[in-house]
Design a protein around this ligand. Structure first.
Ligand code: ADQ
Length: 465
């Protein structure tokens, strides 16, 4: 790759941890960070984003952190408390997130602060413009930065700009609830290439373009836009399949798997999600309850481990949701638990990659049942981790991943009885069918890993240059 790649995302892929009293900056190991690390390094590129709050550091610690960030070729864009509250917590997470996940019932009564969203997006565009050199390729990520492509286009008309939306694009019937619906689409259309996970999300975006601006996508995927043409594309993100499979075979993960070992005849169900109302956790619990109620043979024979990473605790809807989830766990465990057995083991915390992989490997059945999800990487991590070619994936048809992982047991997560039946089918599936299905899933995630996703997006972006 000859051009330098400038990656722009709301969060930098770093975490700052104190070690022996000194703040140490680590690159995170999340899916996106892993996929983009190679082109970031290979192209001698830059990554621009918010490093999280550095407010608690003394001046020396701060200087230390800024030096380490520079060494990692990352450019920190710091947000003030008011910007965090309005741009990030309110507009991004309390307005855009629910709307794009079909939950306009969760919208706050008053939506204010688009000016702050725009101002923060403009600061990102300024930061890119400051670093930009002719020939650079700019890749902007996700719903927090939908105005950045157009704002950057104003500053650098010739820049090559790609935009990828990691969450769904909703049906216009829902999307049109946003007073800023045209302005946000115009923001994205500042890019040369706009990417989505699935054909359906791209279709919703095309319908929004048609209704708002009367423009249509041509056969080759381009939309005429003023004097430019913007390409739309479908790029389903993958995981670092080979890396995860290798890690899943490590002694550390073996240890986790051993510790999770069930007693003879007992089966392990697993769920791993951010604690987010889009992930379908309450109905998943209800499906497990339904299974225990209608098929008593599973009582004292299944254990459901649900790990929920704390998420967006500053947003009221998330705090209420946490209470709802915890109430359900208590009720169901109270109903079916015995002195020696608890059906749902619920953990509200983040766990290490080794524990994620260990849970994936140990699971008899993996439950990924979001009500709406852009892709869902946990489903793909599960497939990647199953080096033993066993285990069953129960997957919501409303996750982007369902378009590719067709050999999972697909469920409608709103259909609690149907989901309970699917869990029963997964628990009783014969080993040959389990093997056939997981092999197909593993082939899919191997052939379409995150490295291929990055390469395909960037090749498409360069192809029109
Ligand atoms: P997310 O909504 O964050 O991502 P997801 O794709 O499932 O959802 O990725 C979550 C990541 O966090 C996975 O790598 C998972 O292993 C990890 N994780 C989850 N729970 C964890 C826990 N308890 N402890 C530790 N790690 C945990 C958004 C979109 C998705 C889209 C991705 C990528 O909402 O639909 O797939 O971006 O485009």
């Amino acid at each position: 790759m000859a051009e330098r790649l400038i990656i722009v995302s709301n969060r930098l892929p770093v975490t700052v941890r104190a070690e022996h009293g000194e703040p140490i900056v680590h690159m995170s190991i999340g899916g996106l960070a892993t996929g983009l690390r190679a082109p970031h390094e290979r192209s001698n590129g830059l990554w621009i984003g918010w490093p999280g709050s550095l407010g608690e550091l003394d001046p020396r610690g701060r200087e230390n952190v800024l030096r380490q960030l520079a060494e990692l070729r990352t450019i920190p864009l710091e947000l003030e408390q008011r910007e965090v509250e309005i741009f990030y917590e309110h507009i991004s997470n309390a307005v855009l997130w629910p709307t794009f996940h079909d939950r306009i019932d969760r919208l706050p009564l008053r939506i204010e602060g688009w000016d702050v969203y725009d101002a923060v997006n403009a600061r990102f565009a300024d930061a890119v413009a400051e670093q930009y050199r002719p020939g650079d390729v700019v890749w902007v990520h996700d719903y927090q930065l939908m105005r950045v492509p157009a704002l950057l286009r104003d500053r650098i008309p010739d820049a090559r700009i790609g935009f990828f939306l990691h969450i769904p694009f909703p049906n216009p019937e829902i999307y049109f609830a946003l007073p800023t619906r045209a302005w946000l689409v115009e923001g994205m259309m500042g890019a040369d290439l706009v990417g989505f996970h699935t054909r359906r999300f791209q279709g919703h975006f095309r319908a929004a373009l048609r209704r708002l601006f009367g423009v249509e996508m041509e056969a080759a995927g381009h939309v005429p836009w003023g004097r430019r043409r913007v390409r739309l594309g479908v790029f389903p993100i993958g995981v670092d399949t080979a890396g995860l499979a290798a890690r899943a075979a490590s002694p550390e993960v073996d240890t986790v798997v051993r510790e999770l070992a069930t007693t003879a005849g007992e089966r392990l169900l697993v769920g791993i999600d951010r604690l987010d109302y889009s992930k379908g956790i309450p109905r998943r619990f209800l499906a497990v309850e339904r299974l225990l109620a209608t098929r008593p043979e599973w009582r004292e024979r299944i254990r459901f481990v649900q790990v929920a990473v704390p998420s967006r605790g500053a947003v009221a809807a998330y705090r209420e949701f946490r209470g709802e989830v915890e109430g359900l766990v208590g009720r169901i465990n109270g109903r079916f638990g015995t002195p020696t057995w608890t059906p749902i083991h619920y953990m509200h915390r983040s766990v290490s990659t080794d524990v994620v992989l260990g849970l994936c490997r140990a699971a008899d059945v993996m439950l990924v049942t979001p009500l709406r999800d852009g892709m869902n990487l946990v489903a793909k991590e599960f497939a990647a981790s199953r080096i033993d070619e066993d285990g069953v994936l129960v997957l919501s048809e409303f996750a982007g991943a369902a378009d590719e992982l067709t050999e999972a047991l697909l469920v409608n997560p709103y259909d609690i009885d149907g989901t309970a039946d699917a869990i029963h089918a997964a628990l009783t599936m014969d080993p040959a069918e389990r093997r056939r299905r997981i092999r197909s899933l593993r082939q899919q995630v191997s052939a379409h890993d995150v490295h291929r996703w990055v390469a395909t997006f960037l090749d498409t972006l360069s192809a029109d240059a």
